[in-house]
Design a protein around this ligand. Structure first.
Ligand SMILES: C[S@@+](CC[C@H](N)C(=O)[O-])C[C@H]1O[C@@H](n2cnc3c(N)ncnc32)[C@H](O)[C@@H]1O
Length: 379
């Protein structure tokens, strides 16, 4: 029996996630901020984890209970009442991550404290069922990752199907300043309805995330090739193994050998370009993207139909005057070409004003703690 399934994503990208999951043939609807409710079984969750570019986690609910009294005892008892032996044994490693609502007070103001209580209850439950043997904790690479949401006097406990956040695709080998999360970069590209059949340009590419995600969309490379956390659960049986292999096999068979239309990624910083190239190689798309050193203010933005995707600097490392002139010069350069589209994830309202015409659509999106706007123009 599969518990309720929830797929999480950056706040503001829920409708993109719903669209993406439905196009995978999955039944779902938007839930609380940053979540989508998935109707289905664990293998539907696995399909979402393998194929969704926008999802951050796929979670299966294992228990929900009220936290009354001092809360701590209720958290311990509520957690212990769940049959953890279905998923974990004394030889399984576990880890607990707690997302505690910001308004929480008392014992649950600290997520570390709540995680400790939950971990103790899980360990005690398994120890009692295993003749005194206890599972151990592995925070870095657990077999079973438990995610708890605590808020409004309730605890919701989930298992993380993938065993970690899906935005970590594993291709980011070279660090740069302020890279976008891969899932958010994919959301930017998918929001512009990019499917690989039009030319693509990222003129301020940094570590290359937008271009790499675009190339992987164009080549139909599934975002999650590696193992999922659920494969290490005690409840993962041969039937599930065969079904998951089929999902992965279908994903591999759908890959295209080359991108159908050109992708260009530009940055003025040679170190960023070097990182972007290394990341693209790891992501298996280095031969699909042309990387160039250049200035976004004087770039050839391509012919009609090109999609320009940009995540411009927000201003933390540039003086306001320099930033304004960067935005204005870039805007002039883009407006000089008719027939291009521009999608931008911007953390600075001055960027939107500099472009000039009103965007065809825009929405607020959370980039970690930063409130950003996702903006789209047909120019
Ligand atoms: C916010 S970062 C982009 C981060 C990127 N989306 C990623 O995921 O790594 C902005 C990038 O714009 C580049 N940049 C700033 N001014 C530029 C210019 N005039 N021409 C080209 N690139 C520029 C910076 O070097 C930096 O890499």
């Amino acid at each position: 029996m599969t518990g309720r399934l929830i797929v999480t994503a950056a706040t503001g990208t829920e409708s993109l996630l719903v669209h993406e999951l439905r196009s995978l043939g999955l039944d779902c609807r938007a839930g609380r901020a940053g979540t989508v409710e998935l109707d289905g079984n664990r293998l539907d969750g696995a399909r979402a984890a393998v194929h969704s570019r926008v999802a951050v986690r796929v979670l299966e609910e294992v228990g929900v209970f009220v936290l009354d009294g001092d809360g701590k005892r209720a958290l311990y008892e509520g957690t212990r009442a769940i049959d953890w032996t279905e998923h974990a044994t004394a030889r399984t490693t576990i880890a607990v991550k707690v997302k505690s609502a910001s308004q929480n007070e008392g014992p649950f103001a600290s997520s570390i404290f709540a995680a400790q209580v939950i971990k103790d209850a899980i360990v005690d439950r398994i120890r009692d069922a295993s003749g005194g043997e206890r599972p151990s904790v592995d925070r870095r690479d657990p077999d079973v990752l438990v995610i708890a949401h605590i808020g409004r006097g309730r605890a919701e406990l989930f298992l993380d199907l993938a065993g970690g956040p899906l935005h970590r695709r594993g291709y980011r080998v070279a660090p740069t300043a302020a890279p976008l999360k891969e899932s958010l970069a994919a959301a930017v590209v998918l929001a512009a309805r990019y499917d690989g059949t039009r030319s693509f340009l990222d003129p301020m590419t940094g570590s290359g995330t937008l271009a790499i995600e675009a190339a992987r969309i164009a080549r139909r490379i599934a975002p999650r090739a590696g193992r999922l956390g659920m494969e290490r659960w005690a409840s993962f049986d041969d039937g599930a193994r065969v079904a998951l292999e089929r999902i992965r096999g279908e994903a591999r068979a759908a890959e295209l050998p080359r991108v159908p239309a050109p992708l260009v990624a530009i940055d003025s910083d040679p170190a960023a370009l070097e990182a972007a190239r290394a990341n693209a190689a790891r992501a298996r798309v280095d031969r699909d993207i042309v990387f160039q050193r250049g200035d976004a203010r004087a770039v050839d933005v391509g012919g009609a139909g090109t999609l320009i995707a940009v995540n411009p600097p927000y201003g933390d490392r540039l003086a306001a005057r320099d930033l304004d002139s960067l935005y204005e010069d870039f805007a002039r350069c883009v407006r000089a070409r008719a027939g291009v589209s521009l999608v931008a994830l911007s953390g600075n309202p001055r960027f939107e004003r500099a472009i000039g015409p009103r965007p065809r659509w825009s929405r607020e999106v959370r980039n970690g703690p930063i409130r950003c706007r996702l903006l789209y123009w047909d120019l």
